[in-house]
Design a protein around this ligand. Structure first.
Ligand SMILES: *Cc1c(COP(=O)(O)O)cnc(C)c1O
Length: 361
């Protein structure tokens, strides 16, 4: 390792979080491990390999992500959460035994024009109120009946997605759940999948046959507030860099680009080897903590491409070479996300390829 920065990924914790998702259903449901966007920045292949024995299947956003898994010799079912975008993808879907989601008439038209050779499973999406992808209940019932009659469709799994499951008391949750269960009832309760991480943790009535845990696998709570069920999740990624310089600055000096930080009294300042070129957000607030030897030190001045600067007043013993945790075991990615006005999902997926992933068991 040259530049001192790394994302340490604890695969044991990942596994524990996956099993915890299944435990939430009393092990009655199967679970698709959602590994889209390079497994939320954790590395899709390493993540899928680590879960290979346990996982009932994987979910990704697109065929490129699915092929990555197949090329790594992952044999488990792989679901394409947005299905296919054009007819060209159908051959590969069939050849690699992928399970596309179907959410539009256009996709069904494509399918009828290019009937696949080997029968396959599809996931049919009902729009229960998110109003992004999926069929209205009436359309859904009609499409379901058509699809189940086609000789090349092995199975149709009914699915939908929550808009507000991270706010367990939001009235839309019940509305979506009712819409889903009533539509399924009309169809004689076929296999179904509704729950993302927050619903797995907070809405047992949404579990059905297939869970779809994403963020919880990576040990980050899907909730903005403390939640009992989420407390057991184990952080998977610990993002660390190092102190590469320490300076005493006099009152009246400024720090960094734009000279935005004015030193008001003598300041011990440290320079840390991470910046927005690594995916650490440039727009994060001043005062965001980093952890050095267990002690929190706030960011001062602007985030640069390769460095940040921190106030070492709370830890004057700091030495060049000390490890600096940006998030992980001592500082949750959720807390850091609040300083960046975003959610952990975005911080994790934005860590760039420049940051080496280091896998531990
Ligand atoms: C990303 C995604 C999930 C996983 O969501 P989390 O909140 O990360 O658990 C589940 N289902 C669908 C359709 C998704 O797109």
């Amino acid at each position: 390792m040259t530049r001192p920065i790394r994302a340490t990924i604890d695969l044991n914790s990942l596994k524990a979080n996956y099993l915890y998702a299944k435990q939430m259903s009393g092990y009655n449901a199967q679970a698709l491990a959602v590994v889209k966007a390079d497994a939320y920045g954790h590395g899709a292949i390493a993540t899928a390999k680590a879960l290979e024995e346990e996982a009932d299947g994987f979910a990704v956003a697109c065929i490129e992500e699915a092929l990555q898994l197949r090329q790594a010799n992952i044999k488990a079912p792989v679901v394409l959460l947005e299905g296919f975008f054009s007819a060209e993808e159908l051959d590969a879907i069939n050849h690699h035994d992928l399970q596309p989601l179907i959410h539009s008439n256009k996709q069904i038209e494509i399918l009828r024009k290019h009937p696949p050779k080997t029968p396959f499973t599809v996931w049919l999406k009902l729009d229960t109120g998110m109003h992004r992808l999926g069929f209205s209940p009436d359309q859904f019932i009609a499409r379901y009946s058509e699809l189940t009659q086609l000789p090349y469709i092995k199975q149709v799994i009914c699915t939908s997605h929550f808009a507000c499951a991270d706010e367990p008391d939001h009235p839309l949750n019940k509305k979506q759940l009712d819409c889903f269960s009533q539509t399924l009832k009309t169809l004689d309760n076929p296999p179904a999948s509704l729950a993302n991480s927050p619903a797995i943790l907070a809405m047992p009535e949404s579990h059905y046959q297939w869970l779809r845990p994403g963020i919880m696998l990576y040990g980050s709570s899907p909730f903005a507030h403390n939640h009992n069920q989420a407390a057991a999740l184990k952080p998977v990624m610990t993002l660390t860099a190092e102190l590469i310089a320490i300076k005493h600055l006099a009152a009246g000096e400024t720090i960094g680009y734009g000279a935005t930080y004015n030193v008001s009294k003598p300041l011990l300042m440290g320079v840390v080897s991470i910046g927005y070129g690594d995916g650490y957000p440039r727009y994060i607030s001043e005062g965001t903590p980093v952890v050095i030897n267990g002690i929190r030190c706030p960011i001062v001045g602007r985030v640069s491409m390769d460095m940040i600067t921190v106030d070492l007043s709370s830890y004057p013993q700091a030495r060049i070479g000390d490890s600096v945790e940006l998030w992980g075991n001592q500082l949750s990615v959720n807390e850091v996300a609040t300083y960046a006005n975003t959610i952990s999902y975005e911080l994790l997926t934005k860590i760039t390829q420049r940051v080496p992933r280091h896998y531990i068991w």
